[in-house]
Design a protein around this ligand. Sequence first.
Ligand SMILES: NC(=O)c1ccc[n+]([C@@H]2O[C@H](COP(=O)([O-])OP(=O)(O)OC[C@H]3O[C@@H](n4cnc5c(N)ncnc54)[C@H](O)[C@@H]3O)[C@@H](O)[C@H]2O)c1
Length: 443
Amino acid sequence: MAKVAIKPAKGRLGVLTPGLGAVSTTFIAGVMLARKHGFAPIGSITQLQKIRLGKRSEGRNPLIREFVPLASLSQLEFGAWDIFPDNAYEAAMKAGVLSQEHLSLVRRELEGIKPMRAVFDPSFVKNISGPNIKKAKSKLELASQLRQDIRNFRREKRCSRLVMIWCASTERYQDEQPVHMSLAAFEKGLAESHPSISPSMIYAYAALMEGVPFANGSPQLTHEIPALVELARKKGVPVAGKDFKTGQTLVKTAVAPMLKMRMLGCRGWFSTNILGNRDGLVLDDPGSFRSKEKSKKGVLDYILQPDEYPLLYKNLFHKVRIEYYPPKNDDKEGWDNIDIFGWLGYPMQIKINFLCKDSILAAPVVLDLALFLDLAQRAGMRGIQEWLSFYFKSPMHAEGLYPEHDLSIQHMKLKNTLRYLMGERLITHLGIEYYDYWGKGKK
Ligand SMILES: NC(=O)c1ccc[n+]([C@@H]2O[C@H](COP(=O)([O-])OP(=O)(O)OC[C@H]3O[C@@H](n4cnc5c(N)ncnc54)[C@H](O)[C@@H]3O)[C@@H](O)[C@H]2O)c1
């Protein structure tokens, strides 16, 4: 297979995040601690995982970062926007994820990251407000200001390439409106400050106009609207989303395929969480919670296929709750109660109690997305990057297809895409030529 032409990862890669909260500061401080003090980037596929190449007998198993030409941690520069003026050190201290002892090791570098003024609209995010906000006569002018921020950052930090990853608060739920359906309608809407154009869409528009790959870590409707998918393809920019798959949904998309693989039935799946960080405060608003609920609830229908397997899953009752509980801070606790049934319909139960740290799980996802989106752009890939579904609760997908939620299929797709890019044989796990099933002698 021919290798795809990939431009080398020369020069600095700027990672821009709308939002300088728990996830983004944990990501930034973690990269700084890894490159300066040798902390291990645990949870990062790009940094730690190996990839098998060729037949099992060949023994070729390089690290992914040595197999595909990725930017290295030392090449990364960071920039952010936030509605609060706290620098990255102050924001990380307030988020309370990493210890003061760790943050003080990279304090000077973190203090150098000061958030740019944000595009913010309280009709999309309730429960928080802050002073570090852009003012403009129209949403188009807000987009121009963001584009200027992007150009200034690129020049000041001497970056050769940029990526943008939405790590800001979850916006309220909305359905697609006519203003989202074409680029022409969207640009007219920007000029007229249409109320259905959200801040996250304005950031995504600004990024794509500047040729910057964009990923959405939150569940709201952002760049999967036809107008912005059209813009991404037109500008030759890769995009991915949405909603980082980190905690309870990560577990769900590993456990549900197991039930289906073994043809075990499921009557009910109740998932509840308590969390106390700023994300939890925003999700306490019903509009933002609805975005999250939709994203979290979709996965079981796609994995279990109740229409294909009505005997096993037709009447599955699936409920998801998120409760804001300040004493927990970033230490989220999730419970899953799963009512399953087996042979002759006999009932059984699975209980999962996941005591996780949301931002500790999300930070390596941000890193991997930044490096893989940059790789995709250098490989000339444009539009929706389905091979990055692995990282999302609601994977963006091509029109007319359904999203792939099964974690192991997503993982295989990611690795096979890397093999394809590098001209290596795809791995099907068939191994038919290896086993002598018909007693004819091995090839
Ligand atoms: N941590 C996880 O495991 C995880 C998983 C999936 C999704 N997410 C999503 O990632 C996002 C970030 O999570 P977090 O824990 O860092 O939240 P956070 O509240 O700590 O940080 C979000 C930051 O975004 C800022 N903000 C809000 N609107 C903004 C805007 N328009 N422009 C710029 N900044 C803005 C807020 O002031 C805040 O500082 C949330 O939407 C969350 O739902 C997180």
